[in-house]
Design a protein around this ligand. Structure first.
Ligand code: R2B
Ligand code: URA
Length: 295
């Protein structure tokens, strides 16, 4: 892990984005962490924390209520053993702020050996709905393999490739008879859900027609891009700079070659969302330093 050298004097007393005091009592709650699992909503972060308590700590989850370690309503942070289950909101901007906040508090707490995994949903490109994609490389909407941001007037491009060894470990940790398809592939982080992913059902019309879209989807499919979502490029850029191994496990809710609307039933959507959580749980259970926390 590589951190801003200015943080080494530890002068910050209150972490604004989490609304927590940076005192010894709080930092103890964040010490000994090795994995940060990020999902969009606080509800899903809590559901995963309950599953981890059940599977990793062997608690009966009926009698376990995860404790939110932060006071802001923008994010939720739950701890189970040496794993944090956190929410990141929607889009590159919110995940980027979360990544700064969580990495700072973990650094101050002495948790320096980390892996970050986003677990989410996505729109598939040429894959059956319900397929889980583990991301090798994140792309910008213009297919650049770097995240463009601006510091004052200056444009900064930071590489967005994710950690391929981590991708392979995640795939290797899955049972041969998994009940759903799982693949590795590349992802595009779009700037929004509608026009950035060329949906025709937004409140404003998309400017590109069906023929253009079909050609673009064919082109990205040939680049091994298998899904659209909205956070992987900021995560890839941050984790490259911070030297934290990271990837994304995202289930596809639909095949974008076939339409725009997510039409799966609530039951199907819940089952799809369970799939990406099951994949990360299988991975975590395969790790020796997670197993150490089972007794
Ligand atoms: C996938 O799904 C969300 C939008 O529905 C967004 O956060 C993402 O990346
Ligand atoms: N999330 C996205 O960003 N796009 C989709 O199509 C589905 C989920």
């Amino acid at each position: 892990m590589k951190i801003n050298p200015s943080l080494k004097n530890k002068s910050e007393k209150h972490l604004y984005l989490f609304d927590i005091k940076l005192n010894q009592q709080t930092l103890e709650q964040f010490s000994g962490i090795n994995y940060v699992i990020m999902q969009g909503s606080s509800k899903r972060a809590e559901v995963l924390a309950r599953k981890l308590a059940d599977k990793v700590l062997k608690f009966d989850s009926r009698f376990f209520k995860p404790v939110n370690l932060v006071n802001t309503s923008d994010y939720a942070v739950y701890r189970v053993g040496n794993i944090l289950s956190v929410s990141h909101g929607m889009g590159n901007v919110t995940i980027d702020a979360l990544l700064h906040a969580v990495t700072k508090v973990l650094y101050f707490a002495g948790s320096h050996e980390l892996e970050y995994i986003r677990v989410g949903t996505s729109g598939g490109i040429g894959v059956e709905p319900g397929t889980v994609v583990v991301t090798k490389n994140a792309y910008m909407p213009n297919l650049a393999p770097y995240y463009t941001s601006y510091e004052l007037g200056q444009r900064i491009d930071t590489p967005t490739n994710l950690n391929h060894a981590l991708v392979e470990r995640i795939l290797a940790a899955q049972a041969d008879n998994l009940s759903f398809p799982i693949i590795s592939g590349n992802s595009i982080a779009a700037d929004d859900f509608y026009l950035g992913q060329c949906r025709y059902d937004g409140a404003m019309p998309a400017r590109k027609d069906h023929a253009w879209r079909e050609e673009f989807f064919q082109k990205i499919h040939a680049l091994d891009i298998r899904n659209f979502e909205m956070e992987s490029s900021a995560m890839g850029a941050f984790c490259n700079r911070a030297e934290i191994p990271a990837t994304m496990i995202a289930v596809t809710l639909l095949n974008r070659f076939k339409g725009d609307q997510v039409s799966a039933t609530p039951e199907q959507l819940a089952e799809f969302s369970d799939r990406s959580q099951a994949v990360v749980i299988n991975y975590l259970l395969s790790r020796a330093n997670v197993k150490l926390h089972t007794n």
